[in-house]
Design a binder for this molecule. Structure first.
Ligand code: DNO
Length: 407
């Protein structure tokens, strides 16, 4: 597996050479500073690529080319936004990057209620608290008809939670929920959030899927020509939020997307953390079922809690079977290599990490501090080498394993 590391660009407080120190050879990046809906200028793409190359690393995956809401709604500037997306994709392809991760979540990208939840070990994790989330949309955002999405018991629990919140708690929760987590391109205040949600009024999951398939129908053929692999990222968390449809949450969802535009370029980012937040997602089975269309791996784990909440656990110690997933993906790499594919190596990154040691208090992007991700990558690398050492049939990268021993 190609070990990669997300870098948010020159503004990222974790510099590129730290990625190399962590053992990554590839970088995952995007032009985060550019407004969604406009094409990425080629010279900016090349500048980013060269900055990464100057650190001795390779830009392996673009994550993500932003997806303007009009593409999901198929209204307004949709046509122009798709053309811009295609232009960005072409600029990226010309710069030599062949894998593009993107998502199709309406209004909000990944959602957490707490970015510094204290772990028993004294580190911090990001967490989604289902009751806090309900309290926010029922009693703070006051989303229209939100109460229809909750049981009477949950509404009562949310009311009690809300009543116990101080003004500062409300502010912190709101900032975390709608004012932008790292990597999400949008940030809202209460009013613009309500308006963004209202734009989707009446849109069903079927409608949203139709938008995605229409998008793929236009982008897919160009991706085929350019040799690009498209990798849709699952919803995080994988269920509807704010009454908005989410369509990349389950095995059934993925099947519909992959068969809806049935081409090897139409693939997925297998995010073990996002998909693993649902108990009914059998991750090892999904990795096996969709293996040939998995173009990128986000490796992390969550610990699911009884009431629908979850927090991010250590990379090898959550509610999912990480070793099982790694094993299936190593088998997939072996298959690709055996079939003569030059691109058999699947890029993976340790997605998120705990806030540990003296990273606490340094600021930076939630989930993307240095030490926590270094630990995650080290654990994953150890697990991969352990599997390959025990199971010779998984040793696609035996040369690489030896190289590392020599170093
Ligand atoms: C969070 C991420 C997501 C993801 C995007 C992909 O850290 O995993 O923000 O990058 O949704 O488009």
């Amino acid at each position: 597996m190609k070990q990669t590391w997300r870098w948010f660009g020159p503004e990222d407080p974790v510099p590129l050479h730290y990625a190399a120190q962590a053992g990554a050879t590839g970088i995952v990046s995007a032009l985060h500073h550019l407004y969604r809906g406009e094409a990425w200028p080629e010279e900016e793409v090349l500048r980013r690529r060269d900055a990464i190359a100057a650190a001795g690393l390779e830009w392996s995956v673009v994550e993500s080319i932003p997806m303007h809401n009009s593409i999901k709604l198929r209204t307004g500037p949709c046509r122009g936004a798709i053309d811009a997306w295609i232009d960005s994709m072409a600029a990226v392809a010309r710069a030599g990057i062949k894998t593009i991760c993107y998502n199709f979540m309406p209004v909000v990208d990944w959602v957490r209620t707490d970015i510094a939840w204290r772990l028993p070990s004294t580190g911090y994790a990001v967490r989604f608290d289902a009751v806090d989330f309900a309290a926010y949309e029922l009693f703070i955002l006051k989303r229209r008809n939100a109460e229809r999405d909750y049981s009477a018991d949950r509404i009562e629990a949310a009311r009690r939670r809300f009543e116990a919140m101080a003004e500062a708690d409300i502010e912190r929760l709101e900032r975390t929920l709608i004012a932008g987590l790292s990597a999400s391109e949008s940030s809202y205040d209460r009013e613009s959030m309500r308006a963004a949600i209202a734009a989707y009024d009446g849109m069903t999951a079927e409608d949203l899927r139709a938008s995605l398939l229409a998008f793929l129908g236009e982008v897919g053929p160009v991706a085929e020509e350019l040799g690009i692999r498209l990798a849709i990222h699952p919803d995080d968390p994988p269920w509807p939020l704010y009454g908005l449809p989410r369509i990349v949450s389950t095995a059934d969802d993925l099947r519909k997307i992959l068969s809806g535009y049935d081409s090897p370029v139409n693939g997925i980012t297998f995010c073990a953390g996002s998909l693993g937040s649902r108990e009914d997602n059998d991750l090892v089975g999904m990795a096996r079922a969709f293996g040939s269309r998995i173009h990128f791996l986000h490796l992390r784990q969550v610990r699911r809690e009884a009431d629908g909440s979850f927090h991010e656990a250590e990379h090898l110690a959550g509610s999912s079977d990480m070793l099982g997933i790694l094993r299936v993906m190593l088998e997939e790499e072996r298959r690709r290599a055996d079939s003569g594919r030059a691109d058999w190596e699947i890029p993976m990154r340790p997605d998120h990490g705990h806030l540990l040691g003296d990273d606490a208090g340094k600021g930076g992007n939630a989930g993307y501090s240095f030490v926590g991700r270094l630990k995650g990558l080290a654990e994953l690398r150890g697990a991969i080498q352990g599997l390959q050492s025990a199971l010779p049939e998984l040793r696609t990268s035996e040369l690489k394993v030896e190289e590392r021993h020599i170093r």
